[in-house]
Write a protein that binds this ligand. Structure first.
Ligand SMILES: *Cc1c(COP(=O)(O)O)cnc(C)c1O
Length: 384
């Protein structure tokens, strides 16, 4: 699905130097590379404050802690997302309220949010899924009208942007009150282990976030609030300092692959391709097909038979996960989420994909559609 080896080989010398410097300084926690990276990312995203932390899941948890939410407060999340988004809500004794997503974009439904708001709702966590920003302009208006916090789960869409009706634009993660991202190796900007960050334009929130991520202290051994231990390692920050200047190239490379899939699969008979909205062009952290008529698993098998990996993100709605059943009534179901879990298939997409690999994947998919379009007896024979 990804090729991190080649990506890193291209930067091998610089990475070796950066890592060596950290070893020589032996400043493994809160070394100068961490602040350097925070400033560089803030400049890239044009946001007031970036605070590194240990991973994207922690970023979401710290964001909720910084907003001072109380047990039983409700937080609205899409039901079609990675578990981390809802996990941290439950972990803090808050209530995840799961709503449906838009079939076209995979992102949270505004109507769904509106229907789910109660007097106990305190926050919304839109997830910018698969590399594309949620519909943030009306979402922020809705949040403002109901006095709700907005935390963006931007783990999959670092570098994506959103354009407002007046033509101005902002980067995903800098639109809500707090943005959260992840540097897990397969994200748009990956480190060599776990890493994450929060971003905000609110200086008071930034200070609180920094304090919470560091045991609730501003001054060493003086703990003002209950916090946690969640810091971006100096080594990971040093690696990210080498890679951040290449994020633009990485996004371009993903776009090239995404555009090639779009063009070659334009006539794809068995489903639909990801949409590319002018207001939030995809950064293609994933390239996810929707496949009709129960053919998804067949295609996945066919690709696997030809040595092509593919993934189902995500096979089960959050509310059907054992861990989250208690938050929904028996038989709870969201139609679009259900449908997507049955039909999505993500193809390999990454920064190092070459023409040969891409052509092979596309040809194999077209072979599958052609063979399956034949009368069934013939198809069985051919596919056999
Ligand atoms: C990856 C991811 C996270 C969590 O990031 P980690 O760094 O792995 O903890 C959270 N939300 C979404 C949507 C993700 O894809």
């Amino acid at each position: 699905m990804v090729n991190l080896l080649t990506q890193h080989q291209k930067l091998d010398k610089e990475l070796q130097v950066a890592i060596r410097q950290v070893i020589d300084s032996s400043s493994f926690i809160k070394g100068k590379e961490v602040a350097q990276f925070e400033h560089a990312l803030a400049a890239y995203m044009q946001v007031g404050h970036v605070i590194g932390c240990a991973n994207g899941t922690d970023a979401l948890q710290i964001a909720l802690m910084a907003l001072g939410l109380q047990p039983d407060d409700e937080v609205i999340v899409p039901a079609f997302t990675y578990v981390a988004t809802a996990e941290v809500i439950a972990l803090l004794g808050l209530v995840p309220v799961m709503v449906d997503v838009e079939e076209s974009t995979f992102n949270i439904s505004l109507q769904g949010i509106e229907n789910a708001i109660t007097s106990r709702t305190k926050a919304i966590i839109p997830v910018h899924l698969f590399g594309q920003c949620s519909d943030m302009e009306p979402l922020m208006q809705l949040a403002e009208a109901h006095n709700l916090w907005v935390i963006e789960d931007n783990a999959q869409s670092l570098g994506a942007s959103f354009t407002y009706q007046d033509g101005s634009s902002k980067m995903a993660g800098t639109i809500g009150h707090i943005g959260c991202t992840s540097f897990f190796p397969t994200k748009n900007l990956g480190c060599m282990g776990d890493g994450g960050a929060l971003m905000t334009n609110d200086p008071a929130l930034a200070e609180k976030i920094r304090m919470i991520a560091n045991h609730g202290q501003r001054k060493k051994y003086y703990h003002e609030v209950v916090g946690c231990n969640s810091r971006l390692d100096t080594l990971q920050a040093a690696i990210l300092n080498v890679k951040l200047p290449h994020l633009g190239e990485y996004l371009d490379a993903r776009k090239t692959v995404g555009d090639s899939y779009q063009k070659a699969l334009e006539q794809f008979k068995f489903g639909s391709l990801p949409v590319s909205l002018p207001v939030s062009p995809p950064t293609y952290n994933q390239f996810t097909l929707k496949i009709k008529d129960g053919r998804r698993d067949q295609l996945q098998e066919y690709l696997a038979k030809h040595g092509i990996p593919s993934m189902i993100y995500y096979p089960l709605p959050l509310y059907k996960q054992e861990a989250f059943r208690k938050y929904v009534p028996e038989g709870f179901s969201l139609p679009v989420t259900e449908k997507l879990c049955q039909s999505v298939l993500s193809l390999p997409i990454h920064t190092e994909m070459n023409e040969v690999e891409l052509t092979f994947i596309i040809d194999t998919i077209l072979q599958f559609t052609n063979k399956n379009s034949l009368p069934s007896a013939l198809a069985d024979e051919k596919l056999g």
